[in-house]
Ligand binder design. Sequence first.
Ligand SMILES: NC(=O)c1ccc[n+]([C@@H]2O[C@H](COP(=O)([O-])OP(=O)(O)OC[C@H]3O[C@@H](n4cnc5c(N)ncnc54)[C@H](OP(=O)(O)O)[C@@H]3O)[C@@H](O)[C@H]2O)c1
Length: 255
Amino acid sequence: MKIAAVTGASSGMGREFVRQISCFYKNLDEIWVVARRKDRLEALRDECRIPLRIFAGDLTKKQVYREYHSALKEYAPDVRILVNAAGFGKSGTFREIASEGKRIQTDMVDLNCRALTRMTQITLPYMGKCGRIINLASAAAFCPQPSFAVYAATKSYVLSFSQALGAELRPSGISVTAVCPGPVDTEFFTVSGALTNPLKKLTMAKAPQVVRRALEDSRKRKALSVYGTGMKAARLGAKLVPHSLILKAEELLIQ
Ligand SMILES: NC(=O)c1ccc[n+]([C@@H]2O[C@H](COP(=O)([O-])OP(=O)(O)OC[C@H]3O[C@@H](n4cnc5c(N)ncnc54)[C@H](OP(=O)(O)O)[C@@H]3O)[C@@H](O)[C@H]2O)c1
């Protein structure tokens, strides 16, 4: 059985990956989808040509991994593509977010870093030499971001981990693509808080385009997928300009 597995499939880019994977990978038997909102995953079934197997649960808790892992053991599928899209961000200073809730920032680390690592670890033994891993990092990974400190740091982890894992796996034929979009119009901002940075508002992209680019880049086995000229320029800027200067500019923008 050939499958794709997608976390964060109940909305935004994860859901869009599920929709587009059915067109990109025509010979899949099933797509395995993970998220907490089961009703959303069930609704997605009606839109997909390929049958969906639903794993409804919280990736910061153990149960959903047990179910996913035992299904892998039972069916021993050939996982052609793993998309780690589950993630969330919260904007505000470290102190402000801490005063909103003790666990918000550590949950961000758990979901954005730990869950992605765990899903990769569990799935990798079921991937053959055509396998592809797509990890949702962010343009926030390119340099530190005051008022988005923990989120940007989690995405730096995703980018660094993906690049190193990709290098390790290259001889085995499995590719890893880190997707680094700027702001994308999804439910992300309902959770993170509305955008205040005017530059970010100007560069808002649409999920279908970002996902299409990511799937094309993954097909070409690219290590990095950056959608749009603005974000490509941001990446170059973060490489060329000292981070201390970028931090000063960011401080001025959020004042
Ligand atoms: N939108 C942006 O501007 C942007 C830019 C760069 C990178 N990203 C990254 O892209 C990825 C997808 O984000 P998006 O924009 O598509 O946001 P989204 O629409 O809010 O989707 C987030 C997904 O993660 C799932 N999720 C959240 N908490 C979870 C948990 N504890 N356990 C299991 N699943 C959980 C959500 O499903 P449930 O709520 O049903 O569990 C949802 O399916 C994220 O990693 C995000 O950091 C987003």
